[in-house]
Design a protein. Structure first.
Lengths: 117, 103, 200
């Protein structure tokens, strides 16, 4: 018999599978308001560090908490990190002619960033 | 990995062309593909991240040629074969059998 | 069968799906009845009407709105919406000076419990590539024009947080009940590519 039967479907759909790690004893590396630079890292393995923000500088906007780290889970590993919303101006991302008051927010993990100030 | 899926800021993909009042599933074959995600997750054959990475590994040409649920199909096939659950030969044989039944 | 000319399946797709399903059922890895229930659930039970209820309640109940911004997942779950691809929610509010729009540039992440399954355009290359670089051009394709003085804030859902836009309540809706307001809230306004027009 398959694991997922109709009886189990409603509970699975309504419960989901959060990637959040509750009660994780992992202090945040960064604080809201920190200026941070995304690393220029180009792994051939799975990463959620999108290319368009690599090497770019933004500001930590929110601390989401600790989550399972997608980059290792995709390779059957285990690990969790703090996850933050980081805010960039369009000007920073795309250069001259782009707006300094339109923004992109993207969710970055501890290992993706270095603190600038 | 730096494959085609990582497309933020890329140009040349043309207009967005949103469809009004589109159906949730556009083709009947999309329905089982959608369902497999839950079945294989519950059964432990996949997790979300392994699944996403399998889509990223489809090959850029195939990724651009295929529609959304065809990405899922490719990923399931990759993971089930890599996991030893199914072989390519089994899939090919079944496709031949089903095609024969239709004639 | 619906047919979209820029979305034809590849030649052996349907046959391959049938073959895979047949094999997986034979191996007891897939229960077809579970698939039927999942399809029915996401075709008929889970969709943007759920998100519309969240929005209408936030517009009419200030305490609820406060809870929505303190813990979006819990507040959304109060209305019975939770689970797969919505476990960890963030709500972002549109104002006179700030307009939010959501994307997943890397794949198709989207808040299923509040909006249902994403539309084809959200998951496709044109939107995913362009909205983080030219959001005003993207909004224009949807017929949405914002003043230059309005900031555009684009949220790329690349991790496991899922984002829902709280659109501005349109003018001319004073005195409307939550149920009446729900009818005005569109899926596209909760993604952020459209605003909600004042009722006629």
């Amino acid at each position: 018999m398959a694991v997922l039967t109709p009886e189990i479907v409603p509970g699975l759909v309504a419960g989901g599978a959060s990637a959040r790690v509750v009660d994780a004893d992992l202090p945040a590396k960064f604080n809201v308001g920190d200026t941070v630079q995304m690393k220029n890292t180009n792994p051939s393995t799975h990463t959620r560090l999108a290319r368009y923000v690599r090497g770019k500088t933004g500001v930590v906007n929110m601390h989401h908490g600790v989550f399972h780290f997608n980059d290792v889970i995709a390779h059957h590993g285990q690990g969790h990190q703090n996850c933050y919303s980081v805010k960039f101006t369009m000007l920073e991302l795309w250069g001259e002619g782009y707006s300094a008051t339109d923004y992109v927010y993207i969710d970055m993990f501890d290992d993706y960033m270095d603190k600038v100030s | 990995m730096n494959s085609i899926h990582d497309m933020g800021g890329m140009e040349g993909f043309g207009p967005i062309n949103p469809e009004e009042n589109e159906a949730v599933f556009h083709y009947e074959w999309e329905k089982p593909i959608f369902g497999f995600f839950f079945c294989l997750f519950a059964g432990g054959q996949i997790n979300v991240d392994v699944f996403r990475h399998a889509i990223e590994r489809l090959g850029n040409l195939h990724y651009l040629e295929g529609s959304y649920y065809e990405h899922w199909l490719g990923a399931f096939q990759t993971l089930l074969v890599e996991g030893g659950t199914v072989t390519i030969e089994e899939i090919d044989a079944k496709m031949t059998e089903l095609k024969g039944d239709a004639n | 069968m619906p047919h979209d000319h820029h979305y034809d399946p590849l030649p052996d797709t349907e046959l391959r799906v049938r073959a895979l399903e047949s094999i997986l059922v034979e191996k007891d890895l897939v229960d077809p009845a579970a698939i039927d229930l999942l399809v029915d659930t996401y075709e008929t039970k889970i969709g943007p009407r759920n998100g519309a209820k969240v929005i209408a309640k936030a517009w009419t109940d200030p305490d609820y709105k406060t809870r929505l911004f303190e813990n979006a997942s819990a507040a959304i779950a109060e209305l019975g919406f939770s689970g797969v691809q919505g476990e960890d929610m963030v709500v972002v509010e549109n104002t006179d000076t700030k307009h939010n729009v959501v994307v997943c540039t890397l794949c198709s992440c989207y808040p299923w419990p509040t909006l249902g399954l994403p539309p084809v355009w959200y998951k496709a290359a044109p939107y995913r590539s362009r909205v983080v670089k030219d959001p005003r051009g993207v909004l224009a394709e949807f017929g949405t024009t914002l003043p230059d003085s309005t900031e555009i804030h684009v949220w790329d859902s690349n991790a496991e947080l899922r984002y829902l836009v709280l659109p501005q309540r349109p003018a001319g809706t004073d005195g409307m009940s939550a149920e009446e307001l729900e009818e005005l809230v569109t899926r596209d306004s909760m993604i952020g590519v459209k605003v909600i027009a004042a009722p006629a």
